[in-house]
Ligand binder design. Structure first.
Ligand code: SAM
Length: 236
């Protein structure tokens, strides 16, 4: 169980580099953030497996590869101000914090906002600022942002988030009319009213619930473990 550093290095080589994530900053960040510190204690032995894992509140810490893939798609150079919606365990925020300057992270479940705070405190990430709120509103007072990462699946792209993106900024977000299957999309803001949309991959995230997301009621159905799409998994 013990040698997490070695397992982490293997994770980077076998799950991430082998699937063509090549941005050095991202590979370095993934090799540095201790994923075992972002999962419940009993799941630590599984923390470097190639899959999402359950965290409190019926949510998930995403598969390492999808975190690396999404962060790479933001093309961060260092020094940016980034907004993350759907902080969960705080793991993706920590990966972002290794590259960018300041991370503003929003989580709608209070128990998870506290879980993320605790995990980021013990791992020493001081440049992540966490808010317990509905992230579909964004974080207007702290914007505009160089990059926005949405870690839950939205029915449509919230306009509030589009407006909080700097010109030239990028947003990566899973979007789709099915609550549990989405297209991962990258938006680049070209001017005040001009955005480019690129479809990147088929993915499966837990739903983004909130004013400009899904409504909460249907969420009570049942808990289904999301996974990265088969299409993408086959992309070795
Ligand atoms: N990035 C997380 C990590 O590294 O552990 C995993 C995110 S998990 C796949 C999606 C998260 O989005 C859940 O924790 C869920 O509670 C949160 N979420 C859903 N709707 C939200 C909203 N409107 N605002 C903020 N967080 C939301």
């Amino acid at each position: 169980m013990g040698n997490y550093k070695e397992k982490r290095q293997l994770m980077v080589e076998e799950q991430i580099f082998m699937r063509n994530v090549r941005d050095e900053k991202v590979l370095h960040a993934m090799a540095k953030v201790p994923r075992e510190e972002f999962v419940p204690d009993e799941l630590k032995p599984y923390s470097y497996e190639d899959r999402p894992l359950p965290i409190p509140g019926g949510q998930t810490i995403s598969q390492p590869y999808i975190v690396a893939y999404m962060v790479e798609a933001l093309a961060l150079r260092g020094g940016e101000k980034v907004l993350e919606i759907g902080t969960g365990s705080g793991y993706a925020a920590a990966v972002l914090a290794e590259i960018a300057a300041e991370i503003y992270a929003i989580e709608r479940i209070g128990q998870l906002a506290n879980f993320a705070k605790k995990n980021l405190l013990k791992t020493g990430y001081k440049n992540v600022h966490i808010k317990h709120a509905d992230g579909t509103n964004g974080w207007q007072e702290k914007g505009p942002f160089d990059a926005i990462l949405v870690s839950a699946g939205a029915p449509t792209i919230p306009k509030s988030l589009l407006r909080q993106l700097k010109i030239g900024g990028k947003m990566v977000i899973p979007v789709g009319s099915n609550r549990l299957a989405q297209e991962l999309v990258r938006i680049i803001r070209k001017s005040d009213d001009d955005y480019i949309r690129e479809d990147l991959a088929d993915v499966r995230f837990v739903p983004l619930i909130g004013k400009y997301g899904w409504n909460n009621e249907e969420q009570k159905l049942k808990h289904i473990q999301p996974e990265f799409s088969k299409k993408h998994m086959n992309n070795y």
